[in-house]
Design a protein around this ligand. Structure first.
Ligand SMILES: [Fe+2]
Ligand SMILES: [Fe+2]
Length: 481
């Protein structure tokens, strides 16, 4: 077996030679039935018997690792796939810079690593739970297939983290793996671990915003764990990132197609003013100001996932060589950061100011800045779609202090343009900036399923190309299989 090839002869497809790792194989086989129960209980509702045109990883070769075919989701071959080992890889940052990477966990970093793996692992099933009702209102079979692809891959990401837990953390790992199947998104008693993963995903615009903004946080976290000195974690994250790219695509193009359709409908109806909301909504499309409010909400919720701007925890995981920076190996500095500083936005004497903090404790802030830059590139592409239609409107990311629950700005109110506000002014104005109940109801009213191949709901444009280059009328999901 070459490292790129995946063994599909075992019940759990893998490229980690599970057949000879009896103990881990048994642990994973013991976990498998609970996972399937969870999937049937909490996975996509109403489509467990549908045949879905899905990609399954058959190798970890970046060129052509996937094979497309019709699959019933509970029969999806969830597997353990690690990117190929890089011979001679050394730890790229922190106290152990330049030492050979670890194939096992150094005892002193066990607790730290376990926490990171469990938090990452917890987000994966959470999003499946959040998205489980979307199938009933999909705007097309193409979109239906896309949400299911994202869902099965989030399921596989859970497997990826559970493998690390089962193989490297013994009994503790088994306990954590079991608990990952017990928490539930939004549950009062057993919620998922992070805020954004307990929010509802009530409609398809929310889903596309979520995959754009929140999956992108996931991408940034995976990027920084892909730098880890603990090589198995690095390798598993590197392969997860190749899957994650599709989730970004689903979010960006989903919102992009929604923008496209709105602008086209406005042009067809000779509506110039993007704020002529009533007339625009009457066309069966989502007005751009509502999309802006959704953007503000999802961006601010996702910023909270980066944690506090200044954090000794983040400094510790960096110095330990466990969690690096975005594209660590491409950064030109000493990769230890003992004397470096990094500018952080803070509240100083009632004003928002840029303050130089030790770069080590500002690791979260730096990752969040890289995230913001990555988001901005997508926003620019959305604005280009609007520009091309000639509609006068522009999306902007709100200020990082806007609508925050975690970090430096959690106790103050900040407008999208970055102005500090008192509580009364905030109450008066927030309706312009965050989605209202009425916005949600309007979007909800458009969520009617379209299941005819090649047809799309009124509010979203068709994609430019099909998945796996399939023609426009391809039947991506055979619902009544
Ligand atoms: Fe994921
Ligand atoms: Fe994802």
């Amino acid at each position: 077996m070459t490292i790129e090839a995946v063994d599909y002869t075992t019940k759990i497809p893998n490229n980690v030679n599970l057949a000879e790792d009896r103990q881990v194989l048994r642990a994973l086989e013991g976990w498998h039935p609970g996972y399937i129960d969870w999937w049937k209980d909490m996975g996509p509702e109403g489509f467990q018997d549908a045949l879905v045109y899905l990609r399954t990883a058959v190798s970890v070769d970046p060129k052509g690792w996937a094979k497309f075919d019709y699959v019933k989701m509970p029969d999806y071959r969830w597997g353990i796939l690690l990117a190929p080992k890089e011979e001679g890889r050394t730890i790229p940052f922190g106290r152990h810079l330049g030492e050979p990477v670890w194939q096992d966990i150094p005892g002193e970093y066990r607790a730290m690593l376990r926490r990171l793996v469990v938090i990452q692992g917890d987000t994966e099933p959470a999003s499946v739970e959040q998205q489980r009702h979307l199938g009933k209102t999909a705007p097309s079979l193409y979109d239906l297939r896309n949400v299911f692809q994202v869902n099965v891959e989030e399921g596989r990401h859970l497997w990826a983290m559970v493998y690390i837990l089962q193989k490297y953390f013994g009994r503790d790992g088994r306990d954590e793996a079991a608990q990952l199947l017990q928490r539930r998104s939004g549950d009062a008693d057993k919620p998922r671990m992070l805020g954004a993963f307990n929010e509802a995903t009530p409609d398809w615009l929310s889903f596309h915003m979520f995959t754009f903004f929140t999956d992108r946080d996931g991408k940034m976290q995976l990027e920084s764990l892909a730098q880890s000195g603990f090589d198995p974690l690095s390798r598993t994250c590197r392969f997860m990132l190749t899957e994650e790219a599709h989730h970004m695509f689903v979010g960006e193009t989903g919102v992009g197609r929604t923008i496209q359709r709105t602008c086209e409908a406005m042009k067809e109806a000779d509506i110039e003013d993007p704020n002529d909301v009533e007339k625009i909504r009457a066309l069966g499309v989502i007005d751009l100001p509502t999309m802006r409010r959704k953007l503000n909400l999802h961006y601010s919720l996702s910023l909270d996932l980066f944690g506090s701007e200044v954090s000794t925890n983040a400094a510790n995981t960096f110095t330990a060589g466990i969690k690096g920076r975005f594209q660590e190996t491409k950064i030109q500095d000493d990769h230890r950061l003992e004397n470096a500083t990094y500018p952080v936005l803070k509240l100083v004497d009632g004003e928002i100011k840029r303050v130089d903090e030790p770069a080590l404790t500002a690791i979260n802030m730096r990752l969040r800045d890289d995230y913001t830059a990555d988001c901005q590139r997508g926003i620019d592409r959305w604005n280009k779609i609007i520009d091309k239609t000639g509609v006068a409107f522009k999306f902007e990311l709100p200020h990082v202090g806007f609508h925050r629950l975690i970090g430096e700005f959690k106790d103050v109110e900040v407008s999208p343009s970055g102005k500090l506000m008192d509580a009364a002014a905030w109450e008066r104005d927030k309706g312009q900036w965050l989605p209202s109940k009425d916005d949600g109801e309007f979007i909800g009213s458009l969520m009617k399923p379209v299941t005819e191949p090649g047809q799309f709901a009124s509010w979203i444009a068709p994609p430019r190309v099909g998945i796996d280059n399939k023609p426009g009328d391809f039947e991506y999901v055979k619902i009544a299989a």
